[in-house]
Design a protein around this ligand. Structure first.
Ligand code: SAH
Length: 215
């Protein structure tokens, strides 16, 4: 689990790329500087860890492309101590970025193996404040609701109503919607019954699936 000067240098270049692609929030760029993405990937992909690409992490899942992580994080408008729910823990990288921004992170994964592997990794890397849950995230995490922010990192065909109801008034939900490709949707809860929806750029995510996977 080494983080060398070479890795740090590669991170600087990744940050330049993110900046060129439109990520201008210094705090977010700094978070990418602090989180060693190569440790969230299989050793086989280490060489490419700081290129702006998604990679397989086992169980047919992927670690999102850095730009996608930065884009979703930007939309969340994270403030210190925001209570953030993430649906789709995957590699844990997105959760680590949110934690680095001093949010309180609760993250849900439906695949048991991934949940175990990532929970251990986050702990080993010192992200001891991130709380991981093995659960179908479509229903949210009612026992810990309401949340300031909710981020979904898998493709949904529609907006799960449980997530809307678990958002605080003034809270933000970021969710990619669609089948083949997904449009990023930012939802702001303006009152108990009123939501503002903003549709943004297109991305490609793995699907949000129902139930747990124990294999
Ligand atoms: N945020 C992740 C991206 C992971 S890919 C990262 O930074 O690496 C999406 C993840 O969502 C996968 O691990 C997939 O298993 C998980 N997922 C899909 N449907 C889900 C559901 N209903 N509840 C919780 N997790 C889900």
């Amino acid at each position: 689990m080494k983080d060398t000067y070479r890795h740090k240098g590669l991170r600087k270049r990744l940050i330049d790329t993110l900046y060129q692609k439109g990520i201008r929030d210094e705090r977010i760029l700094q978070a990418f500087n602090l989180v060693p993405r190569h440790l969230f990937l299989d050793k086989a992909f280490e060489e490419w860890a700081y290129t702006d690409k998604a990679f397989p992490i086992g169980n047919q899942q992927t670690i999102s492309q850095p730009f996608t992580v930065a884009y979703q994080t930007d939309l969340l408008e994270i403030k210190r101590r925001d209570k953030v729910l993430e649906i789709g823990t995957g590699s844990g990288f997105q959760a680590a970025i949110l934690d680095t921004l001093e949010a309180t992170v609760l993250t849900v994964e439906r695949q048991e193996l991934l949940y175990k592997k990532t929970s251990e990794l986050l702990f080993k890397l010192g992200f001891t404040n991130i709380r991981t849950f093995l659960k179908d995230g479509m229903g949210g995490l009612s026992e810990h609701a309401p949340f300031d922010k909710i981020i979904v990192t898998a493709a949904a065909s529609e907006i799960p109503t449980a997530l809307l109801s678990q958002l605080k008034i003034g809270g933000i939900l970021i969710i990619p919607i669609g089948k083949e490709r997904q449009q990023m949707c930012k939802i702001i809860k303006e009152s108990a019954k009123q939501y503002k929806r903003i549709y943004l750029d297109y991305f490609k995510f793995v699907p949000l699936l129902k139930g747990l996977n124990k294999d």
